[in-house]
Design a protein around this ligand. Structure first.
Ligand code: MEV
Length: 320
């Protein structure tokens, strides 16, 4: 294996990982409350490992972030190098074979759609296939979580989990993974503020506020936990229309945690005015994405309303 008819290099192995949205419970999940997340397959990271017989070393090409470099030339905490180094360490590989790795992504960076975790998961899977040391989902998830911890301070692990398992998850930090069934499909319109908002910063800010005003923040986290719990039941029992009200309530609580922003509030309001059943920010907030629950027939008009209100892009996704 190596060259196609045209002489182009062919991938030896490839792997893909989806984006994700958090439906309910972001931030509270860092404090051991439950949260619900679902994969978003319209956006994804794709990794190919190509034949590298022409040159030694491990070469990484990721045009989306202007990266074309040999692994050893990258700092060990580089987002992509750190995934590979963690993986080699876990597998006990000290002299990895030469390879050419190509990484492409349609998931916007630092937008709440799980781009970092998706890179980790797709890269771990492609490399273990190439090295002929396949891992279980639980093992892939563990390594991806180690990488999340390097870059996000005190992450809950929800992003790597929903992306690894590629199923709706009801997530409580440190507890066995629980996936859940969607009783009746529902439609979500995602709106991107286009504002770069690193998770680490908002998670750290919430921690400082929690330390200063623990009782109040614990109370807010408990209310969010209740929403996640009832929302799961509504989804499983085929009553997704109830989620709209829960989204509105969850958004108000996220505002109290100080993680919303003018742009997010504007998009949330625009979605509601255009007929969405409810809307909230999704992910770490301050920028990034918001989500809205819609009837299928109104998805296009809510999407247009979001674009008119300043969204840089929208995604209409069916949760099944
Ligand atoms: C980020 O997608 C969600 C947060 O709850 C952080 C985390 O769970 O690690 C803000």
């Amino acid at each position: 294996m190596g060259r196609g008819r045209s002489g182009d290099l062919l991938p030896l192995v490839n792997s893909s990982a989806p984006g994700k949205i958090i439906l309910f419970g972001e931030h509270a999940v860092v404090y051991n409350r439950p949260a619900l997340a679902v994969p978003v397959t319209q956006v994804h990271v794709d990794v190919e490992v190509l034949d590298s017989s022409s040159r030694p070393g491990i070469w990484v090409n990721a045009p989306g972030i202007n990266l074309n470099a040999e692994l050893n030339s990258l700092p060990t905490d580089h987002p992509i190098a750190s995934v590979m180094l963690k993986l080699f360490q876990s597998l006990g590989i000290f002299q990895p074979p030469p390879m050419d790795i190509s990484i492409t992504s349609t998931i916007p960076v630092a937008s709440g759609l799980g781009s970092g975790a998706a890179v980790s998961v797709a890269l771990i899977r492609a490399l273990t296939l190439y090295l002929e040391q396949p891992l279980t989902n639980v093992q892939v998830n563990e390594i991806a979580f180690e990488v999340e911890k390097l870059h996000h301070g005190t992450p809950s692990g929800i992003d790597n989990t929903v992306i690894t398992f590629n199923k709706p998850v009801y997530f409580i930090k440190g507890q066995p993974i629980e996936t859940f069934k969607v009783g009746k499909p529902f439609t979500i319109v995602i709106g991107d503020t286009g504002i770069f908002a690193p998770t680490k910063e908002s998670v750290m800010d919430v921690r400082l506020l929690w330390l200063r005003d623990t009782n109040n923040f614990e109370h807010i986290f408990n209310e969010i936990a209740q929403i996640s719990l009832i929302a799961r039941r509504s989804i499983e029992s085929g009553k997704p229309e109830l989620l709209g009200e829960f989204m509105d309530h969850n958004h108000e609580l996220l505002k109290q945690l100080t993680v919303s922003s003018l742009e997010l509030d504007t998009l949330v309001q625009a979605a509601r005015s255009a007929g969405a059943l409810g809307a909230k920010l999704s992910g770490s907030g301050r920028g990034g994405n918001m989500i809205s629950l819609v009837e299928k027939e109104t998805a296009e008009s809510v999407s247009n309303a979001l674009l008119s209100a300043g969204a840089k892009r929208t995604i209409i996704t069916e949760i099944t």
